[in-house]
Design a binder for this molecule. Structure first.
Ligand code: C2O
Ligand code: CU
Ligand code: CU
Length: 489
């Protein structure tokens, strides 16, 4: 079914440190491109090249979205959700779905205590719902799967920003469409900051960079090929560009990493094994920095990592590698390359204590949640507690103002899952009976579950009442039914 074209071999001059193997990533061409109603047929385009040359284009910064104005204490935004064409592959215009024409979507900068109001204008031919992942918002602004914006309609979302700082992101959540809509480009970033975070002497300004990572598969016309559960998405994109380079100064940078893939889990490391200092995760800063040589990131998760490029001489480079499949290492083993091009002053520091995490109250209730999907079969079912998502059904009633421990199990022998709760930032108490990994010891909204694993987490439900979903954040599992509803009342 899938024909892999042979990789061209081209000598690329590099002065890089740790630049490994092939400098070319072959594209995987396939013959099946499901119809996308929003994408016009790509006529009169050159065929996609057989390979994308790595490290030839710079990684763009996400465009920062500016508010239209203010209303009371709120920043007011307007965004148009529309089809567009993006030059993802050199010389080729790829049909994408966008927030405001950007692939990936823009970056919204918000502050705790200052609400954001966004009018979203749906100019797609399909319904969409906008979900601000990781945020505590009222149910009617949560982008519930059934609460969609019809084509041509507008919808105003209210984000109160009453929670502490956190690297949030937004994406499509329309029932059964979220996987394809998000894949085609409907995701963006939302950095919520607060006084606690800003008081720290961490790298900031141009030395704080959001990097949205994902995978994709292009057909031989250079169009995004979408198939549910596709394991051949072997082109990696950083801020919308395949295998870019990013010029840095020889000093510390704070990298705000997001895995916006539909299903891929990354395991990121520097090619020379150099240190990555993880300072934060989904729900903001960790209590203390954690120095490691790799950062795992499942779909939907975020990691806040400081890299000190002063250990590299000016004129050298270091590749950010990914050591987790699927896909051959020459296609999915390298993500981007940092090129150290100049020196710079560096007054930034990583304090030994970053924040005080809110204390966990005594839990009021416990419940168990089991994630499972059929392994094999053309249309595998996907379940939470052996039930497929039914938006009419409430699966968990939670008493407002209480705290619960959820024991979440991946009942599969081979399939990976992860688990995302809307509305709350939780704490991971245990992973398979052991303490959480250091990188997941802070506030989280999405947690990885290897086959057979069990994670115990605790959340406090004291912000809003109403119905919210929880699901596997491998979008294609959620879209197949691995999603359920809780009602906080
Ligand atoms: Cu990013 Cu329902 O999730
Ligand atoms: Cu979410
Ligand atoms: Cu899953």
């Amino acid at each position: 079914m899938i024909t892999r074209r042979s990789a061209l071999s081209v000598a690329v001059a590099t002065t890089g440190v740790g630049l490994t193997g092939a400098a070319l990533a072959p594209l995987v061409a396939a013959n099946s491109t499901p119809a996308n109603p929003a994408a016009a047929p790509a006529a009169a385009q050159p065929a996609a090249p057989a390979a994308v040359e790595k490290f030839r284009r710079p990684m763009p910064l996400l465009p920062v979205k500016r508010p239209l104005g203010t209303a009371g204490r709120a920043d007011v935004y307007e965004m148009t959700i529309k089809p567009a064409r993006a030059e993802i592959l050199p010389g080729i215009h790829t049909d994408v779905l966008t927030y405001d024409g950007h692939f990936p979507g823009p970056l919204i900068k918000a502050r705790t205590g200052r609400p954001v109001v966004i009018r979203q204008r749906n100019r797609l031919t399909v319904p969409t719902a906008v979900h601000l992942h990781g945020a505590a918002v009222r149910p009617d602004s949560d982008g519930d799967p059934m609460d969609v914006i019809a084509p041509g309609a507008d919808r105003v979302y209210h984000y109160p920003n009453r929670q502490p700082h956190a690297p949030l992101w937004f994406h499509d959540h329309a029932h059964h469409l979220e996987a394809e809509n998000t894949y085609r480009g409907l995701s963006g970033s939302y950095l919520l900051t607060d006084a606690t975070e800003r008081a720290l002497p961490l790298p900031a300004g141009r030395y704080e960079v959001v990097i949205a990572l994902r995978d994709a598969r292009f057909d031989d016309q250079g169009q995004l090929a979408y198939a549910m559960g596709d394991r051949a998405r072997n082109t990696l994109l950083a801020n919308g560009v395949p295998y870019p380079y990013f010029e840095v100064a020889a000093r510390k940078y704070r990298l705000r990493l997001l895995n916006a893939s539909n299903q891929r889990r990354f395991d990121l490391r520097l090619a020379d094994g150099g240190p990555l200092v993880q300072i934060g995760s989904d729900g903001g800063l960790l209590a203390a920095p954690h120095t490691t040589d790799h950062v795992p990131l499942s779909a939907g998760e975020r990691a806040d990592v400081v890299v000190d490029f002063s250990r590299y001489p000016v004129g050298t480079s270091v590749v950010l590698k990914n050591t987790n499949g699927p896909g051959p290492a020459e296609e999915t083993g390298e993500v981007l390359r940092f090129d150290v091009v100049r020196t710079a002053d560096d007054p930034s520091r990583i304090p030994a204590r970053l924040r005080t995490l809110p204390p966990l109250p005594r839990p009021d209730a416990e419940r168990a949640v089991v994630l499972r999907m059929d392994e094999g079969g053309e249309h595998p079912g996907a379940y939470i507690d052996e039930k497929t998502y039914d938006p009419e059904r409430v699966d968990a009633f939670v008493k407002f103002g209480t705290s619960e421990i959820w024991t979440v199990t991946n009942a599969n022998a081979r399939a990976e899952h992860n688990f995302h709760l809307h509305l709350v930032q939780f704490r991971v108490l245990e992973r398979d009976g052991r303490p959480p990994q250091p990188g997941e010891s802070g506030l989280k909204d999405t947690v990885f579950l290897a086959p057979g694993e069990t994670v115990r987490l605790q959340a406090v439900f004291d912000t809003y009442r109403g119905r919210y979903v929880y699901h596997c954040h491998m979008f294609e599992h959620g879209a197949r039914g691995m999603m359920a509803t809780m009602h906080i009342r």
